[in-house]
Ligand binder design. Structure first.
Ligand code: 13P
Length: 269
């Protein structure tokens, strides 16, 4: 989405933070970022299910979108342990993350399941955030591009082009995520982001495909956020550990925003 007027910055708090910690976090983040015009910044937090209702009530959705970490594709039924779109609607969730690498690799979800969830999320008016990314082994075999194209083509199968503007994509190489992760270099991330943008343009047509923001995630930190955000095809950052302290997240936001707008040529508009 080159030339974007908006930067996308968000965090997934994984299976950390209880209700009180989540409310404290989003409240502090909202206070710290209140002065930033939201037509320039889409800020989102994806905490655990049990915290969603309290998180949603504690900050306005015009300032921070709240997302769920997963969702069942069915509205109701014999799906013990799952959470339905209707239940998420009830607590006012805005966004649903689909296909996070930990869902794909620890819980063995596949592309066809992610596709059903994407379609259900759109039907219920959520913004689906589809996560894609290759494992270290797939990278070694030289099939990262094939894997990512497959994840996108199957994940978004049946999504009409008119709805493309409602979805988001996060590129999170599996080998880059978490405590044992090694961040992708900015050049490697840029190469894959360009591929993702090309694939989305193929799938939805150039105009619609270009509306989809593609965020980079995987060991983003103070030291690499600026290098990543200046890359032409990176529309935002999806951060884990380095964003879990609101003050630290805010300092990353402040660092990357001016660079992002210099890149997209909309500085001082
Ligand atoms: P880290 O930034 O902790 O590597 O996590 C990234 C992530 O999984 C975001 O969904």
């Amino acid at each position: 989405m080159s030339g974007s007027r908006k930067i996308y910055l968000g965090t997934n708090t994984k299976m950390y933070k209880n209700i009180r910690q989540t409310v404290d976090f989003v409240t502090r983040l909202e206070t710290l970022t209140k002065d930033i015009p939201r037509d320039r910044l889409e800020l989102f937090v994806i905490p655990s299910y049990t915290t969603l209702a309290a998180a949603r009530k504690s900050v306005p959705e015009t300032d921070i979108l709240i997302g769920a970490q997963n969702m069942c594709w069915e509205d109701q039924g014999q799906f013990t342990g799952e959470i339905s779109p209707l239940m998420l609607e009830e607590v006012g969730v805005n966004l649903v993350m689909i296909g996070h690498s930990e869902r794909r690799h620890v819980f063995r979800e596949n592309d066809a399941e992610e596709n059903r969830k994407i379609l259900a999320a759109l039907k219920h008016g959520f913004v689906p955030l589809l996560c894609v990314g290759e494992t270290g082994e797939e990278k070694e075999y030289g099939i990262a591009e094939e894997v990512i194209r497959t994840q996108l083509k199957v994940g978004f199968r049946g999504v009409p082009a008119e709805q493309a503007g409602k979805v988001m994509v996060a590129y999170e190489p599996v080998w880059a995520i978490g405590v044992n992760g090694k961040p992708a270099s900015e050049d490697y991330a840029e190469k894959i982001h360009a591929l993702i943008h090309r694939t989305l343009a193929e799938q939805f047509g150039r105009e619609q495909g270009e509306k989809i923001p593609v965020l980079y995630g995987g060991s983003v930190n103070d030291g690499n956020a600026e290098k990543l955000i200046v890359m032409p095809h990176i529309d935002g950052l999806f951060i884990g550990r380095s964003a879990w302290d609101a003050d630290h997240f805010n300092s990353i936001i402040r660092k990357v925003m001016p660079l992002f707008f210099q890149k997209s040529g909309t500085e001082g508009d």
